[in-house]
Design a binder for this molecule. Structure first.
Ligand SMILES: [Zn+2]
Ligand SMILES: [Zn+2]
Length: 241
């Protein structure tokens, strides 16, 4: 791992490939110069080329850049290829060899000015701006929540069902009672206008019947006067009335 000062890390990353190639070419030349006095020139080129190529692929290109936390209580080394979350749009950066937090966000191209140390939480400034707002931080993908297995208590379930059924029946019973009471009340209740009407009807019938009786009595009196000396005729005619 190559440890770089945080403020120089971005520049170093930009120059990393070029520096690596320069080191590789330098290694090739040195190896060639070492080998050429002893072996044929073409063999020296082949061996030097293979050695430099291996140096580039197996070491230089894989070498990660590290920065040190600036907090006096921490001072831990942070590998810049740590998967990170962009502080601007919260993008998830996992392709960290090409897009470490000392470079830019792969998705929105935001350039972080600080990285929140994943050891102590303090910002590690990557530019002289020293802006910790929207700083990059370690990417933490939450585990899919495991739903706790529902253990059904058979007894509790049965009891709940019985309770529910009882409540339903109780409700039905109360409802029926209420409906019956309402029907009875309706039957009992006589509206004031209906009562008045009934009274009038009774008066009318009474007056009618009394009138007929009075008229009958008057007619009978008339018959008695008319046939005062004929008992037979009085009885016959009064019976007709
Ligand atoms: Zn982003
Ligand atoms: Zn720290």
């Amino acid at each position: 791992m190559k440890i770089i000062a945080p403020l120089k890390a971005r520049d170093w990353f930009k120059w990393k490939t070029r520096i690596n190639w320069a080191i590789t070419i330098a290694a090739f030349i040195i190896l060639f110069l070492i080998l050429v006095p002893f072996v044929e020139w073409w063999l020296a080129i082949g061996v030097s080329g293979l050695g430099a190529f291996c140096l580039f692929l197996l070491y230089l290109d894989r070498r990660t850049i590290g920065i040190q936390c600036q907090s006096a209580k921490c001072l831990k080394i942070i590998e810049t290829n740590t998967p990170w979350e962009c502080g601007f749009k919260h993008c998830q950066n996992e392709n960290t060899n090409a897009f470490p937090f000392i470079n830019q966000c792969e998705h929105c191209h935001f350039i972080p000015k600080a990285y929140e140390c994943h050891h102590c939480g303090e910002p590690i400034f990557l530019s002289k701006d020293k802006q910790k707002f929207q700083s990059a931080k370690i990417l933490v993908i939450p585990k899919p929540s495991e739903k706790p297995a529902v253990v059904k208590d058979a007894l509790a379930e049965k009891s709940a069902k019985q309770r529910e059924k009882k409540q339903d029946l109780q409700h039905k019973y109360e409802l029926t009672q209420l409906e019956t009471n309402i029907a009875l009340e309706k039957k009992r209740a006589i509206k004031p206008d209906e009562l008045e009407q009934t009274r009038k009807e009774l008066d009318r019938l009474y007056e009618k019947n009394i009138g007929k009786e009075d008229a009958g009595e008057w007619k009978k009196e008339e018959i008695r006067k008319q046939y005062a000396d004929n008992e037979f005729e009085i009885d016959r005619r009064c019976a007709m009335v």
